[in-house]
Design a protein around this ligand. Structure first.
Ligand SMILES: Cc1cc2nc3c(=O)[nH]c(=O)nc-3n(C[C@H](O)[C@H](O)[C@H](O)COP(=O)(O)OP(=O)(O)OC[C@H]3O[C@@H](n4cnc5c(N)ncnc54)[C@H](O)[C@@H]3O)c2cc1C
Length: 563
């Protein structure tokens, strides 16, 4: 008897070595690292590439349904507020220590390259880590903030733990800023700081505190008698539990029920007499905590581009296997065009992000001149805001490229889009960072700085197609500059309303210039045209997003009132 054909089953997308399969990362590291160092580093990063595309990725898929659990009371009525983490997070901590995902930057064995090596590893690790990178970002940020504060006692107490590779010593840190009154405008914070002997006691409510399992946190509170507003806040150091494991005047009211980042325990806390130590001055806490934000924004950019890479890696693997209309998807011209669009955006986002990483490394190594310091200050919000938006758009395309499977939970794919959506929100929303870009450009003559950086990037281009791209970059920046000057002259409202389009235009111009530079290097040293193709495609997506928009019409539409 003849058997009918067995029912078709689709092969799921497989990930290979996430270092070896990433031609941009491989090429960029070859450009940046001296050959002898590259050879040593490649042993480590290839091993990590295999881990995150193999065992850790499989664990992530199997761990899909686990979420952190808060237990508030023990059997006898004692308040304990313990949070049980997911199995993957425990493995992620082990890998963090093994690969020194925070430590590498502080051991500084290879000067400014240490930051590059750290973030090359974080970039591979992040998409398989269920956003364990969130506490790591804050840990790195806290270490830098404490070092910057010059508070010797706290530096000696906390920094060796935050940057340790030893599981018995390692601490992570939280960052408690957002209150119910607002995260963008923390000036309205209501947490009080009351002097108590040598220290302080905090009283208030923190509304979003991620990684509440951390051992310490940096937080903002208003010392009694200080004025309202941001200047009246001071930065405090808190250890969450005492030697016996009891919480330090902290109640974990509940864990947030979130769209994404569901493996990250994000809590609402009540501080009820929490012992705290003033880190620096009794005021200007928002300024004191800035080093934290500079670091976490860099992590955010790296995580955004890491998600984009994971999206494209999975989409590409699927397009090689899945067939439609008699061919693998990747042979269908429109599907190939769609993936190429995501790839080109990923290249631009990667290059801008890793310029940020390089400048941070050079700053820590004392290598930046005033111009480069100014460039770093502009680049930090620019990279965070641009990559956050690019990531969400890219993840949406990646999900769609799987058709219905991309919408089905047990493929593990929907989580990518949900997790990506946090990137434009935390560590400063797109709007808040766009306004920050305006703020830093004005006193520092920042457009001049940016122009100089672009000039440097574009100066070596010889390939005719890249020379055309160079003209495109210059034209976009000139247009942005005219818009900026005219809007500033016309008064603040127009400038503020257009801040996001302006910042994104600058971000895209910079990404394109970096792509052109990478393309010329690749043509010269690798005879590879992929970066060139990515640059042309990126340029075709549009650079200048500035258009005149009527501010009153915007108000009419936002308020939905007849005009
Ligand atoms: C998963 C998750 C984890 C988090 N973890 C932490 C944490 O660990 N620690 C912590 O401190 N915070 C944390 N946050 C909070 C986060 O930083 C804030 O949500 C964010 O800063 C925005 O603040 P908000 O929610 O109060 O929104 P709001 O400040 O109320 O902003 C609402 C909207 O108004 C816009 N807006 C605000 N001001 C302006 C302006 N001047 N011009 C134009 N538009 C403006 C914003 O862009 C936003 O779209 C977390 C958030 C999430 C989602």
């Amino acid at each position: 008897m003849n058997h009918p054909d067995p029912l078709f089953t689709q092969t799921p997308p497989q990930l290979g070595n996430q270092y070896r399969d990433d031609c941009l990362l491989v090429s960029w590291l070859h450009r940046m690292l001296p050959l002898t160092r590259l050879r040593e580093f490649e042993t480590e990063i290839e091993e990590l590439g295999a881990e995150v595309g193999g065992p850790l990725y499989r664990l992530q898929l199997n761990d899909r349904l686990h979420e952190p659990r808060l237990t508030q009371w023990d059997a006898w009525g004692d308040r304990i507020d313990t949070v049980e983490l997911t199995p993957l997070w425990r493995e992620a901590e082990r890998l963090t220590l093994e690969y020194g995902l925070v430590a590498t930057a502080y051991e500084r064995r290879h000067g400014y390259l240490s930051r590059i090596e750290q973030f090359a590893k974080v970039y591979l690790f992040h998409p398989s880590s269920d956003v364990y990178t969130c506490p790591l970002a804050m840990t790195d940020g806290a270490a830098r903030t404490l070092v910057h504060s010059g508070n010797t006692r706290l530096i000696e107490r906390a920094v060796p733990r935050l940057t340790s590779r030893d599981p018995a010593r390692f601490w992570t840190s939280g960052q408690w800023m957002t209150e119910t009154t607002g995260g963008s405008d923390v000036g309205g914070s209501q947490t009080r700081a009351v002097p108590d002997g040598d220290g302080w006691r905090l009283h208030g409510r923190k509304w979003f505190t991620s990684a509440v399992n951390s051992q310490m946190a940096l937080t903002l509170a208003r010392p009694d008698g200080n004025p309202q507003g941001g200047k009246g806040l001071a930065m405090f150091y808190v250890e969450l539990r005492d030697e016996t494991g009891r919480l330090n005047g902290i109640r974990v009211d509940r864990l947030k029920d979130k769209l994404g980042t569901r493996k990250v325990p994000t809590a609402e806390l009540t501080l009820d007499g929490t012992r705290a130590e003033l880190v620096g001055e009794r005021s200007s806490g928002t300024r004191a905590i800035e080093p934290m934000l500079a670091v976490t924004r860099m992590w955010n950019s790296v995580c955004a581009v890491a998600f984009m890479r994971r999206g494209i890696a999975l989409a590409r693997a699927y397009a090689a296997e899945r067939r439609a209309f008699g061919q693998p998807l990747r042979e269908l011209p429109l599907h190939a065009d769609t993936l190429a669009m995501v790839e080109a955006e990923t290249w631009g986002a990667f290059l801008m992000t890793f310029l940020l990483v390089e400048l941070n490394g050079r700053q820590e190594n004392g290598e930046l001149d005033t111009q480069q310091e100014a460039m770093l200050r502009i680049l930090t919000p620019l990279a965070k805001l641009a990559t956050g938006k690019q990531c969400v758009a890219a993840m949406s395309e990646a999900i769609e490229s799987f058709g219905g499977a991309g919408y089905v939970e047990d493929t593990g794919l929907p989580q990518l889009l949900r997790d990506a959506q946090v990137l434009p929100i935390w560590e400063g929303t797109t709007n808040v960072l766009s306004l920050d870009v305006l703020r830093v450009l004005q006193p520092m003559n920042g457009l001049e700085t940016l122009r100089r950086e672009l000039g440097f990037l574009l100066q070596g281009l010889r390939e005719p197609g890249l020379v055309k791209i160079s003209a495109r970059v210059e034209q976009s920046v000139e247009q942005a500059e005219s818009w900026f000057r005219e809007s500033a002259a016309a008064g603040g409202t127009q400038l503020e309303a257009g801040a996001r389009r302006f910042a994104l235009t600058l971000g895209r111009a910079l990404e394109l210039a970096l792509l052109a530079q990478q393309a010329q290097w690749s043509l010269d040293h690798e005879k590879d045209r992929r970066a060139f193709a990515a640059a042309r495609r990126f340029a075709a997506h549009g650079i200048n997003l500035l258009v005149e928009m009527d501010v009153d019409e915007a108000r009419m539409l936002a308020r939905d009132e007849p005009g």
